[in-house]
Design a protein around this ligand. Sequence first.
Ligand SMILES: Cc1cc2nc3c(=O)[nH]c(=O)nc-3n(C[C@H](O)[C@H](O)[C@H](O)COP(=O)(O)OP(=O)(O)OC[C@H]3O[C@@H](n4cnc5c(N)ncnc54)[C@H](O)[C@@H]3O)c2cc1C
Length: 448
Amino acid sequence: MRAFLKVHMKIAVIGGGITGLTAAYELSKLGHSVDILEASDQIGGLAAGFPLNGTSLEKTYHHIFLTDRDIIDLVKELGIEATLLWRPSSIGCYENGKIYPFGTVTSLLSYSPLLFLSRIRLGIVTFYLQKTSRWSRFIHVPAAEWMTRWCGKSVFEHLWKPLLIGKFHHFYNRVSMAWLWARIHTRGRSKTNIFAKEKLGYFQGGFAVLIDNLSKAAKKNGVTMHTHASVRSLRANDEGKVQVQTESDSTAYDRVIATIPSSVFAKLIDGDSHVSEKDIELLRSIDYLGAVCFVFTSTQSLAEQYWTNVLDAGLPFLVFVQHTRLIDPSMYGGEHVYYAGTYLPHDHSFFIQSEDHVCRIMLEGVQKMFPHFDTSAVRQTFLFRLKNAQHVVDTDYVRKIPPSLSRLPGVYLANFSQIFPEDRGTNFAVREGRKIAALVLNGLPVNG
Ligand SMILES: Cc1cc2nc3c(=O)[nH]c(=O)nc-3n(C[C@H](O)[C@H](O)[C@H](O)COP(=O)(O)OP(=O)(O)OC[C@H]3O[C@@H](n4cnc5c(N)ncnc54)[C@H](O)[C@@H]3O)c2cc1C
């Protein structure tokens, strides 16, 4: 081992999501002293769960793909591979009051809302995007423009436009084709062949199994975890260290890794003399949307598919997930578990209105989608409203990607806005957590 790795560092990791947990775990393996500072009341970030019928369920739908090598490696390292279940997935598209099977060659050929020629065209374009790895030429091209050109206007208006609006709201026509390429490419690689059903991974006991085991391994190495510890500012101090200010405490660290959204990071470093107005502007130029997820359980089974894309702007959600089509209801005491989710700007009324009100609107949407929906069979309802859940990957995005090493000496940034062209995900959170830990170790000579 290189000599400089023996220098002991005191490191703060801001944010206890999967990126922060992984980085803390990696650094703790080498004996560094690591504190995780997490603003909320629990560890896990966007992948955090809540107790449901004797187990844990994520606040927002989560699964992993067969291609998610980094998270699968971590699962093996933690010795919890027996808890990772691989199950065949199924997809549908809801429109005109009906759910049409989707996502396989046969379902595409029989997808009657599109003309036969349009189905063939969509199939060829999807197949091409799944196979090609030459994505850099898509970076500055709007997905809306590319898809209209190659799939045709009717396919775009019918399928891609509602999906893009559902995910990116009013930013939809600025989204980069490189982002959409990555989504289609990854999903294609999660199948063993084009006729096979996609397989998705989920933990027996939820993602809490991964979060708890990773936390346990990190704690065993001496990592301390502080919840309700919202960091307010980061400043270089006179001793060449970083002063980390929370609501109730101010501590000096040798290194700081921030795993928080870029716009939040901008607030923390704004005002330090090393940081320019331009740095702050760049961090703030990344737009984020929030996620609103309505979760309910019922004794009634509603959908044939695990995942349904909602192509009906009249419904208040973009995706409807019958989680218990992937995982057996016996894990949840025999009840079916559902998600109805959407991405919205932070000033949308769903972030302000009462929980009861939003739940009622969501339930009305479910009723519209499934006329046979029996509300008396509903057992529990939950509403989760998460800020900074998705960043907008526009055609100018490569210019905005923030560097891992900030201008403030000793302060590093690792968050999902640096992942490109892939979409954020727990797999990439593990990858970025490992990468930033390695960078902190290799950059040690700064003060060490
Ligand atoms: C609706 C939805 C569905 C998803 N589905 C999937 C899926 O199916 N599969 C998958 O792999 N991934 C999925 N993801 C993505 C996945 O959850 C994230 O990519 C991953 O959890 C990000 O981890 P992170 O640690 O980088 O960030 P985060 O989870 O955002 O963690 C950042 C942490 O920083 C904390 N924080 C913020 N500000 C401060 C501060 N000032 N001081 C201290 N702490 C602070 C936050 O509270 C948070 O806990 C989904 C996400 C959403 C929103």
